[in-house]
Structure formats: structure tokens, C-alpha cells
Design a protein around this ligand. Structure first.
Ligand SMILES: [Zn+2]
Ligand SMILES: [Zn+2]
Length: 303
């Protein structure tokens, strides 16, 4: 089992001829999420043949235009096409006010419920859904900004078929075994769950970190992630600018992944001044070889 992450935009600030502003689509089994929603995101969802009506959570890092100005357009299209299912949006404080003004001024016709969870500055916490835990961690940018960790909730243990056969455990007992219960046979003998099952799989975990100065102190919080996306707005020779504008360099993204010891690093949020991202890749790979450019239109597997 794996999650699929499709990159809808990897540029910072403003779109270029070839690159779009921030947006990522995450799909794991029945759950679909969107990370950020820069202008043009809904068009990219359509181009990538993603059914946006199935997105149930939208996680907004912060309220700079390149991360959320596509949101009202997407909500409008969802309603136009008759969406009925509830949508939850997690975002820093302020989004609700923006959305209320949009509703009031455009007299938008809403066909579905929207639950906006606003995050207070400096609050760390977890939104629990039936199959996913969504953790938000404040980072350091020019406005209130959050990184997210999405972690699969895995509770089912794996049936050890060989051992079950050996102990004559019938198939109808498997569901209870997967939930961790012991098996009691017809004669009343208890067989411990650990004898009949193997531990549940490692949960699929993805970390999304954008628009922040380098925060190596957060590496530990992301250490359990298989894949981390880290912004890499600048190259190292513009580190002063990165610090001033509260962004990171490609080298720092690589150092973060090395420190967190994740399996895979995706980098993006490139400044429009760069026409290609070869140097970003080289710079990050020098610190963390398993770096990939988060290429728009590409889908990455996360285990
Ligand atoms: Zn940005
Ligand atoms: Zn920003």
C-alpha cells in the first residue's frame, strides 16, 4: 500500500510560464487531501484528471496569496457542479473572515457544508479523522504559517495464515484477531493474539513544510515521515535573502532531510528568478542524496 502525491504547483510568489503556485494532491485509499491552493490549482487538478469533488480536507499553510488565492475558485466550482459532501479546511486564523466576505459579496450558492478549522498562532495539535491524523506544527515565516504531517491510522494486525491453520482458527475469527483480540477455541483454550498475527504495517506518513526559515529544531518531529516536502526557494548564494524573507535554501532543505533521516525529500517553492532547478537539485543532493524535484504534473509514491 502507498499514497500518491501529485504536484500541482512548485513555484513561489507568482506563476511563471511553466510553473504554477503551491498546490499538492494527496491520495491514500479512500482519502483525498489538498495541500495549499494557489491560483491555478483547480485547473491543474482538472489537467491531472483528479476528481476534486472527492477531496475531503484542504490544508492551507498560510495566508500568503500564492498558497490560498485559488481556494475560492475551487469552492465555487465544487458548488457549481453540485457537491454535497462536507469539506473541512484547516488554515491559520483569518481564512474564515475571508470566506465570509466572499460568500457575502458574491452571493455564492453553497451546496455543501464547509467546516473551517482555524489555527491559532503557535498552536501544535492534531486533527483526527477516521483513517488519518493530521498534525499541524507552526514554522517561522512572515505571517502565521504551519507545516503539516499526515499519518495513516493503522490499527489492523496482519493474520499469520500458517499459524492460524496450525491452531485450527476458523476464518470468521480473523476480523477480531486483526483488531488485537486473543482467540478462544471450542474447548475454552486461549491463544494469544501475538501467536496468530503479525504487527500492523508501519503507517504511511508525509510531511509538508513550506515558507519557513530553516528550522533544524523541527527535524525530530518529522523523523517518522517516509517523505518530506521542504521548500527550497533559493540557492545557497542567496542565503541572506532567504533569511530576510524567511525562506529556506535548497542546501537547508537537504540538511533538514538528513537530520530527520527520512526516506525521500521533495523540494519546491522555487523563486521565479530560476529558469531551471538543476542547481537546486545538486545543492540539496550534496546533503541528502534521496532528493527529488517536486515536478509539476508528476505523481510520487509515499510508503
Ligand atoms: Zn509562498
Ligand atoms: Zn509565504
Amino acid at each position: 500500500m502507498f499514497a500518491e502525491l501529485t504536484i500541482l504547483g512548485n513555484n513561489s510568489a507568482a506563476p511563471t510560464k511553466t510553473r504554477n503556485q503551491s498546490g499538492q494532491h494527496f491520495k491514500l485509499d479512500q482519502d483525498q487531501l489538498l495541500f495549499d491552493c494557489g491560483e491555478g490549482t483547480q485547473k491543474r487538478l482538472i489537467t491531472n484528471r483528479i476528481n476534486y469533488q472527492k477531496i475531503s480536507y484542504i490544508l492551507i499553510s498560510h495566508l500568503h496569496g500564492d498558497h490560498f488565492l485559488g481556494l475560492m475558485g475551487l469552492l465555487n466550482t465544487m458548488a457549481l457542479n453540485g457537491r454535497r459532501s462536507k469539506l473541512t479546511i484547516v488554515a491559520p486564523k483569518g481564512l474564515k473572515r475571508f470566506y465570509d466576505v466572499y460568500l457575502e459579496t458574491s452571493a455564492a450558492h453553497q451546496t455543501f457544508d464547509i467546516d473551517i478549522i482555524e489555527l491559532e498562532d503557535e498552536s501544535t495539535g492534531t486533527v483526527e479523522t477516521p483513517r488519518l491524523h493530521i498534525t499541524h506544527i507552526p514554522v517561522s515565516h512572515r505571517v502565521s504559517c504551519f507545516a503539516y504531517i499526515v499519518q495513516q491510522v493503522v490499527t489492523k494486525r496482519h493474520i499469520n495464515v500458517e499459524s492460524c491453520n496450525e491452531h485450527n482458527v476458523p476464518n470468521h475469527a480473523f476480523a477480531a484477531l486483526q483488531d488485537g483480540h486473543d482467540y478462544i477455541d471450542k474447548s475454552g483454550n486461549r491463544i494469544n493474539n501475538e501467536v496468530l498475527t503479525d504487527p500492523a504495517s508501519k503507517p504511511i506518513t508525509y510531511g509538508y513544510i513550506t515558507d519557513t526559515i530553516y528550522r533544524p529544531d523541527l527535524a525530530e518531529a518529522f523523523a517518522h515521515c517516509h517523505t518530506v516536502y521542504h521548500e527550497a526557494t533559493y540557492l545557497h548564494n542567496l542565503i541572506d535573502r532567504a533569511i530576510k524573507t524567511k525562506h529556506s535554501t535548497a542546501e537547508q532543505a537537504g540538511l533538514f532531510a538528513q537530520k530527520a533521516s527520512v526516506n525521500q525529500l521533495l523540494i519546491g517553492h522555487f523563486s521565479s528568478r530560476y529558469h531551471n532547478t538543476d542547481d537546486h537539485l545538486k545543492e540539496s543532493q550534496a546533503q541528502f542524496p534521496e532528493t527529488l524535484i517536486a515536478e509539476e504534473g508528476e505523481t510520487y509514491r509515499i510508503y
